[in-house]
Design a protein around this ligand. Structure first.
Ligand code: HEC
Length: 191
């Protein structure tokens, strides 16, 4: 009875020794389980090296952002090349549908649901037209009619004048918006 109790204790002792040896390498610098802390993530208040107030993050080598294609950064292109960018996305029904969705979600607040420049934030005191806040990009007074696809794409990508950029729309999706703006101008199809 006694001996079996003792062997049980011995067994438990051996087990806990093995278990604690397993944990040994987890103890590092007096800290328990520091792996979660020592990950590549930026720690609170860590100095990441600011360049012009912007953190100089670099993606680890070989990391590929999911769902993004390596598109040329239009901001670095000369103006003439921005203007001449070719629309690689045919204006199919599916493209126009997606373009409409994104346009109504992103652009209509300013440019209005049909592009007339009468979105809710374009009302008084800002107004539309050359001296107002928002330019019409659809309908009879549209300024977009004579703009190239590349110009509209660049406007979305990096903004223009008083318009902020909408780079949050994925590059390939911006062409759907371009196609939809063409549609608002009665210019169905690529230009
Ligand atoms: C916050 C308001 C706002 C939103 C949202 C907005 N725009 Fe604009 N947009 C403007 C203003 C203001 C101008 C006039 C810019 C200028 O000339 O100073 C403009 C001008 C334009 C022009 C004409 C550029 C030119 O060279 O004359 C196009 C094209 C355009 N926007 C497309 C879009 C598209 C597409 C979206 C959605 C992705 C969008 N805008 C979202 C405010 C907005």
């Amino acid at each position: 009875m006694f001996s079996s109790k003792r062997s049980l204790l011995r067994g438990l002792g051996a087990l806990s020794l093995v278990a604690s040896l397993g944990c040994w390498e987890q103890i590092d610098d007096g800290q328990w389980f520091p792996q979660m802390k020592r990950q590549p993530a930026v720690q609170a208040f860590e100095d990441v090296g600011l360049e012009d107030g912007v953190a100089a993050f670099t993606t680890p080598e070989g990391a590929v952002p999911v769902g993004w294609n390596a598109y040329p950064d239009v901001a670095n292109l000369p103006f003439a090349e921005q203007e001449a960018l070719q629309n690689p996305v045919p204006a199919t029904l599916a493209s126009l549908k997606r373009g409409e969705e994104l346009y109504q979600r992103t652009c209509a607040t300013c440019h209005g649901p049909t592009g007339a420049g009468d979105g809710p934030v374009a009302g008084p005191p800002f107004g539309t037209g050359p001296f107002g806040l928002v330019l019409p990009i659809g309908g009879p007074t549209s300024v977009a009619r004579n703009l190239t696809d590349g110009h509209i794409y660049t406007t979305i990508s990096i903004g223009r004048g008083r318009m902020p950029q909408y780079g949050r729309i994925a590059p390939e999706e911006r062409w759907h918006v371009v196609n939809y703006v063409r549609e608002l101008n009665g210019q169905g199809g690529n230009q």
